[in-house]
Design a protein around this ligand. Sequence first.
Ligand code: ADP
Ligand code: MG
Length: 288
Amino acid sequence: MRILAKGLTYTYNPKSPFASQALKGVDISIDEGEFFGIIGHTGSGKSTFLQHLNALIRLTGGFLKVGEYDLSDKKCNFLELRSKVGMVFQYPEYQLFAETVEKDVMFGLKNFRKDMSDEEMKAAVKEAIETVDLDYEEIKDKSPFELSGGQKRRVAIAGVIVTKPEVLILDEPAAGLDPLGKKEIMDLLHAIHGGWCKTIVFVSHDMDEIAENCTRAAVFSDGRVVMEDTPAEIFKRSDELISLGLDIPVTAKCARILKERGIEIETDFTSEDFIAKVLAAYAAKAGA
Ligand code: ADP
Ligand code: MG
């Protein structure tokens, strides 16, 4: 399912003194199969945009299509759309509520898959828990509140992927986790991407994560998309990113320092490519 937004606008509390225009005309096109990153400073409209994608926020201005679902059409089948577009909120562990992990993960399934038998549901829950790399037998009867932070986050993600959504949207899935926890989340996303989950869209503040993982990314600023490209092209524009108050990957920082010293490195900003190019430049210099 391709995601296409044109001129998307959204205002919180319209016609009130507290009106705040969060989206000022978002244009974006995300192809099926992408591993798509969204970056931008706090308040730039990232979360508001994401919540439009499964109609948690109803469209009020502009155009938005997700696959064949036209979200500007009042007759759009939103329930069906939500079964295909899974949404993992920021800090999703705060929404765990059931007595046991198994019941919590099953909750989402009960909403969407009224056709499944209890046995089928249990099997799906087991598969989802194993997909997020937790031990089903060990964890299924525990209270979600007994788990560690990283485990809770993964249980919450299991509760979304249990329906096997074709498009998975995640709002800062790695926020607040330590480096190992962050890596586990990225590994998990790669593990499911390309199977039943065709497209992944996620928000991140970690530019290295974007450089290393994404097919393409969009930069949000003040309710608009100001860049939409491959990480290689986006991080070439490091001056602009810095002037928007954004960070850049470590590889881009190193490339800037090398440039000041007269060494130009053409890289896609993944660490592997960067090191290969630096070594090639070094070998060329040593040869000369
Ligand atoms: P981001 O996810 O990039 O931090 P958001 O989409 O959360 O950005 O917010 C965009 C703008 O909308 C901000 O100015 C924010 O203050 C405002 N906003 C977000 N949520 C609400 C809300 N529930 N009520 C009023 N204003 C909001
Ligand atoms: Mg946000």
